[in-house]
Design a protein around this ligand. Sequence first.
Ligand SMILES: C[S@@+](CC[C@H](N)C(=O)[O-])C[C@H]1O[C@@H](n2cnc3c(N)ncnc32)[C@H](O)[C@@H]1O
Length: 373
Amino acid sequence: MNFFATTAKGLEEVLAAELTTFGARKVVPANGGVNFSGPPRDGYRACLWLRTANRVLQPITSFPCPSQEALYEGVYALNWEDLLTPRMTLAVDANVRDSALTHSRFAALKTKDAIVDKIRDRCGQRPNVDPKDPDMRINLHLSRNHCTISLDLAGTGLHRRGYRRDPTIAPLKETLAAGLVALTGWDQKTHFVDPMCGSGSLPLEAALLASNVAPGLLSPNFGFQRWPDFDASAWQELLEEAEEARKTLPANLIFGSDRDQRAVDLARRNAENSGIGTQVRWFYSDFSKLEPPADHGTLICNPPYGERIGEEVELEAFYRKIGDTLKQNWKGWTAWVFTGNLALAKRVGLKPSRRIVLFNGPIECRLLKYELY
Ligand SMILES: C[S@@+](CC[C@H](N)C(=O)[O-])C[C@H]1O[C@@H](n2cnc3c(N)ncnc32)[C@H](O)[C@@H]1O
């Protein structure tokens, strides 16, 4: 069976490494995702274990699609009655680019019509649409008049780990945070510090990684569990395997701090929601006053990068201060700064030893590495 796991642009190699680690076959990175193959349970395993995937798709058909008629016919041709019963609900997501059909909502609507018509023709009844919590989410990808229809195994974005229940100011997507942690190459033995932790995504993803918690265990409620072909015993085995794989996280290994008390409180609540609350240490401190917990380790921060006019001058001074603090207080550490403002990144004033290009949604970002000798 072939699968395609999607991820943020720039994290494809990280995701490919995750897939290779759990034994997926034919792992081939592409733009914005990774192809892989394996038995159906590898799809379940991907939803349970992947830290950097946003969705796991299972392509079921692919055809030339120069018109709305071709789309309708191509979708109708599938035996949908084998995949969906009239009692189930469905939703269609569509991405359309460089094609004769230009509107993704229209393409999604045509696809939905073809599916419900086919099931009604075969079963006498049609399934309903539920855009929020469908039993089956279907993905349509139309590029250069070529259409691929896939089933979305999880049915929801895998970044929704379930530990972040309150909305905050500019949190990172959990899957992107996990990717950043992976890119630092942190050894999981030395200290890990985020001095501007906000809602805590980076320390929490580091904690989940180091305690070998499968992220899907935090909210194991996926679309495929409601499908007619769901293999409940394979899923149960995977869940038990994942429970057994959990490790105890050493105390005082991972730290998060922020100068905003509300952010620290929120990060603490999120840690409790994730079940690893007691193992991560949270502090309320300005970065310039924070004391390193050891003479070496990994520091990562995602400083504000300002979208409003007028903030630029203030932020320039702030980024200079980040550079000064790193140089003076964090000697012996490896520091990483993740920012979406390339001009501000230069104000850090230290020479990065690596620059990694990543996308936070549509924003081109940099993850910059500084060796602080
Ligand atoms: C973009 S947010 C970080 C978001 C975080 N990565 C998350 O996923 O929730 C930037 C954070 O830096 C904090 N911050 C700004 N200036 C700071 C300073 N001087 N010392 C410590 N934290 C600071 C802000 O309070 C804010 O929570």
